[in-house]
Ligand binder design. Structure first.
Ligand code: HEM
Length: 407
């Protein structure tokens, strides 16, 4: 028999996040129904089923992440609707995205780009990104929107550089990626089919591919164009969705980590003073834990199984809530305290150490480190100048605008 959840809140509903992570509801779920069934009207969330299992404890998120024999990534991984209804075509398209692959296909595809994201590869970008971070911070005026002026820029420039997107096209890529992710937010979506910006980005990726076939460069697009699996090049869909995923993953996550981190620092001035004077290396991971920029990813049970005493049937969706796991009182001392010296800090902001663990974690950590160092150097007195505007999304824990006084 299914355990009756104490909470009927749908943790994937964008409205649940209007004031940030729903801490009380997650705490209640962790305490009373850590693997709880959340009913949804069939098809209402874009999936052809009637609900999902919400996994809210750190240990259970780890179990699901690590066990790809039981919990498949083949479909329904992202909490995002590809239009009003998830047609078969759209389900098929999702399968070209690395996030939605299982081994051995996943292992082969990930290997194509993984060398570009190792600690050593990322360290080689440090000097250039450090200079870029200093420029971004110095070009801000006296006051403005921290998200648009600072948080967005370094992640955009970094992923665009790696992919090989020329400077003049970078903001197009940025806008398409925003429109895909912000489909539940009226500021980024005009209600049109979210497949449109994806189509634009895919078309753009194809023009880059054509260019690299004749003019190879030292960039990820060239690596993908030349890549072979079992003697075959990637198909144009495989190639296009690879670029799309890297562009979106590179843009939409680190920016929110930086914005949440800045907000946390402004709300905890003693932590900002501590950061400015000691620059602890532990600060970056506390920023990611605190902000938990991705609310959740999902898996699908391949066969009947039991998770933390709860029976799960084959084919049912299982959503891992990182924003809950990162505040699990069984793992973190005083989880609701923003403590930039926290150590150890086994947060799951980058996922739960399974095969899909964030490919860009080293890059994201470097970007966060560099931007806060630049802010601390140049803007010691940065303060909040209004209310933050949060992204309306059940998937990304985002801040759209953050009014600040820089100097
Ligand atoms: C996967 C979070 C930055 C690329 C993931 C996952 C999470 C995540 C939660 C899924 C893990 C799983 O399913 O087990 C974040 C956060 C970031 C960040 C919080 C910033 C603070 C980046 C950046 C890139 C990136 C800068 C650059 C390209 C990817 C890719 C995957 C991924 C390609 C899919 C990996 C796979 O399926 O094998 N990320 N990410 N991420 N991330 Fe990130």
């Amino acid at each position: 028999m299914m355990a009756e959840p104490r909470t009927r809140i749908d943790f994937t509903d964008p409205d649940v996040y209007v004031h940030g992570i729903p801490q009380e509801e997650f705490a209640d779920a962790r305490a009373h129904a850590p693997v709880c069934w959340v009913p949804q009207e069939r098809g209402s969330a874009g999936f052809d089923d009637d609900g999902y299992w919400a996994v809210t404890r750190h240990a259970d998120v780890m179990t699901v992440s690590r066990d790809s024999d039981t919990f498949s990534s083949r479909e329904k991984t992202a909490i995002v609707r590809f239009g009003a209804d998830m047609t078969q075509d759209r389900l098929e398209m999702q399968r070209y995205i690395l996030l939605n692959m299982d081994p051995p296909q996943h292992t082969q595809h990930r290997a194509i780009v993984s060398r570009g994201f190792t600690p050593r590869a990322v360290t080689s970008l440090r000097a250039a990104l450090q200079e870029r971070a200093a420029q971004i911070v110095s070009s801000a005026a006296d006051a403005g929107d921290f998200v648009n002026e600072i948080a967005c820029e370094l992640p955009l420039q970094a992923i665009a550089e790696l992919l090989g997107v020329p400077q003049e096209d970078r903001h197009d890529v940025f806008n398409w990626s925003n429109a895909m992710i912000g489909q539940d937010d009226p500021e980024f979506s005009d209600g049109s089919d979210p497949i449109e910006p994806a189509t634009s980005l895919l078309g753009y990726a194809m023009t880059m591919a054509e260019d690299r076939k004749t003019c190879p460069r030292d960039d990820i697009v060239t690596t993908l164009v030349n890549a072979e699996i079992g003697g075959e090049h990637l198909s144009s869909d495989e190639f296009g969705f690879f670029v799309l995923m890297l562009a979106v993953a590179g843009n939409e996550t680190t920016r929110n980590a930086i914005s949440h981190g800045m907000l946390a620092f402004m709300e905890h001035p003693e932590q900002w003073e501590l950061y400015r004077s000691t620059r602890p290396r532990t600060a970056v991971d506390e920023v990611v834990r605190w902000g938990s920029p991705i609310n959740a990813f999902q898996r699908t049970a391949k066969h009947d199984t039991v998770l933390n005493g709860q029976s799960i049937r084959a084919g049912q969706r299982v959503a891992m809530f990182y924003g809950s796991a990162n505040y699990d009182e069984n793992v973190f001392t005083d989880p609701h305290t923003f403590d930039i010296t926290r150590s150890p800090n086994p947060h799951l902001g980058f996922g739960g150490s399974g095969a899909h663990f964030c490919l860009g974690a080293n890059l994201a950590r470097l970007e966060i480190d560099l931007i806060f160092n630049a802010i601390a150097d140049q803007m010691p007195g940065i303060t909040l100048a209004g209310s933050p505007a949060r992204l309306r999304s059940g998937w990304i824990n985002g801040i759209k605008h953050l009014p600040v006084r820089y100097r």
